[in-house]
Design a protein around this ligand. Structure first.
Ligand SMILES: *[C@@H]1O[C@H](CO)[C@@H](O)[C@H](O)[C@H]1NC(C)=O
Ligand SMILES: *[C@@H]1O[C@H](CO)[C@@H](O)[C@H](O)[C@H]1NC(C)=O
Ligand SMILES: *[C@@H]1O[C@H](CO)[C@@H](O)[C@H](O)[C@H]1NC(C)=O
Ligand SMILES: *[C@@H]1O[C@H](CO)[C@@H](O)[C@H](O)[C@H]1NC(C)=O
Ligand SMILES: *[C@@H]1O[C@H](CO)[C@@H](O)[C@H](O)[C@H]1NC(C)=O
Ligand SMILES: *[C@@H]1O[C@H](CO)[C@@H](O)[C@H](O)[C@H]1NC(C)=O
Ligand SMILES: *[C@@H]1O[C@H](CO)[C@@H](O)[C@H](O)[C@H]1NC(C)=O
Ligand SMILES: *[C@@H]1O[C@H](CO)[C@@H](O)[C@H](O)[C@H]1NC(C)=O
Ligand SMILES: *[C@@H]1O[C@H](CO)[C@@H](O)[C@H](O)[C@H]1NC(C)=O
Ligand SMILES: *[C@@H]1O[C@H](CO)[C@@H](O)[C@H](O)[C@H]1NC(C)=O
Length: 349
């Protein structure tokens, strides 16, 4: 039977011997659309029910009500094997327990020792005196797998050097009595905070949060979140890997000069600036130290000089991106036979 026996306004049809009812459901259940479950573990189906107004007077919550789970289709007439759990029976096809309080319309149910053959659609039915009804409009899809699904890492906003960043790793906990344990692999020190939390559909997840200040040394390093699910005496593991992309101001900025040996006036000298930055350097600027003060002499990653007498001395470059700038050490341009510019005291690299 798919609907309460005393339902009004319904059209009753006989179709291949099965009584089918159209009209308002005699029972409204709330449960998740889908649950992904691990072989050998348990599954908790968060469930609550409500009786539509027109049937309320026939449902008396003080009378013991049994809960029935039916697989595949809500019509179990002619398919008694589809009734896999009946809380009035002591022996059931599925080992399980209604953990919710049925008088409070809580039909939350746990099935133990799940096997892949449990992958199916499940409908809920209540039976009391005289009220009996199945919600034919709502079912939960249970999908049983041998391996857990990967946890999910989420990152808050942009990952910048020096600005603390939070990473979340979330793993489903279909069997909340045996939730997964989450661990992180990060290129830095951290203190994770773990908690079991409830999702909007009442399923549970384990959430682990770490907060740290990224540095440019963490750029393009892998991070991993590993979920270890206890299943019986063993563990099943799933992980999520991701690469950190840290944005940072130019680092390791250095200037090089070619040729490095003293050159004659009238020959060419190449100065090249290199740096690592994320996002890449947008602007290289060259400075010559002139009378103890830096003076901008060129822009561009390389600077070519046709050497004149006044060019001898110390040079450095500056690399800039949207996050800041980096300055190189000084390099010396020495002129053959030139006098006063050769004896600069510092900065040979
Ligand atoms: C519900 O059932 C209880 C116990 O059988 C009875 O005492 C009570 O009057 C019933 N309530 C209604 C509203 O029918
Ligand atoms: C559930 O069990 C009770 C008690 O054995 C039985 O009367 C009822 O018909 C069963 N329900 C279903 C749907 O099999
Ligand atoms: C229903 O029962 C379950 C299991 O006992 C419990 O965890 C959950 O909080 C209950 N739901 C509501 C809405 O009370
Ligand atoms: C179930 O709920 C009813 C009504 O709120 C309450 O009287 C009863 O003690 C509860 N049963 C359990 C096992 O918590
Ligand atoms: C079934 O599950 C129960 C409860 O988790 C456990 O105690 C029992 O050992 C399991 N049985 C088998 C055969 O796995
Ligand atoms: C991490 O989870 C918490 C709690 O759900 C949430 O407030 C926060 O916004 C999440 N952060 C990220 C980076 O997803
Ligand atoms: C399972 O994992 C837990 C922690 O995640 C660990 O303490 C335990 O030793 C592991 N057990 C096996 C059998 O690997
Ligand atoms: C980083 O993770 C990827 C998978 O996302 C993996 O293929 C690669 O080997 C890892 N690299 C290191 C250095 O661990
Ligand atoms: C350097 O400049 C001088 C004078 O303008 C010119 O004669 C010479 O050819 C230039 N040298 C090079 C290598 O371009
Ligand atoms: C590069 O930076 C220098 C010094 O800050 C500035 O004078 C110049 O205009 C910049 N060039 C570009 C293309 O932004």
């Amino acid at each position: 039977m798919a609907c309460p026996e005393n339902m009004f306004f319904l059209i009753v049809l006989f179709m291949s011997g099965v009584l089918v009812c159209f009209g308002q459901n005699g029972l409204n259940t709330t449960m998740p659309d889908r649950l992904d479950v691990l072989t050998g573990s348990c599954v908790q189906i968060p469930c609550s029910f409500d009786i539509p107004d027109q049937n309320k007077y026939t449902f008396n919550s003080t009378i013991p009500t049994s809960g029935v789970w039916i697989k595949e289709s809500p019509y179990f007439f002619g398919h008694p094997d589809n009734v896999i759990f009946n809380s009035s029976e002591t022996v059931n096809r599925y080992q399980g327990k209604i953990t919710g309080n049925m008088s409070q319309k809580n039909c939350t149910t746990v099935f133990f020792n799940v096997t892949t053959s449990y992958t199916n659609k499940y409908f809920f039915r209540i039976e009391s005196q005289p009220f009996k009804a199945t919600d034919i409009g709502k079912s939960v899809d249970i999908v049983v797998r041998d391996l857990p699904s990967s946890p999910i890492i989420t990152v808050s906003g942009e990952v910048k050097e020096g600005t603390p960043v939070s990473l979340n790793c979330s793993a489903v906990a279909p069997c909340p009595e045996h939730p997964p344990e989450l661990t992180w692999t990060l290129p830095t020190q951290f203190t994770p905070k773990n908690q079991l939390q409830e999702n909007p559909d009442q399923t549970k997840s384990v959430l682990s949060t770490v907060t740290f200040a990224p540095s440019y040394l963490h750029h393009e390093k892998n991070i991993t979140c590993t979920a270890v699910y206890p299943v019986g005496a063993s563990n099943k593991t799933a992980e999520h890997n991701m690469m950190l992309h840290v944005s940072f101001s130019p680092k390791d900025t250095s200037a090089s000069i070619s040729p490095a040996d003293p050159v004659s006036v009238g020959s060419c000298v190449y100065l090249t600036c290199s740096s690592t930055a994320n996002p890449p350097v947008t602007n290289f600027t060259w400075f010559q130290i002139s009378e103890g003060k830096p003076a901008q002499v060129a822009s561009g990653q390389s600077y070519t000089l046709n050497v004149t007498v006044g060019d001898g001395g110390l040079y450095y470059c500056e690399a800039r991106n949207s996050h800041g700038c980096g300055k190189s050490k000084e390099v010396q341009l020495a002129i053959k036979g030139g006098g006063e510019h050769l004896d600069s005291p510092v900065g040979l690299t």
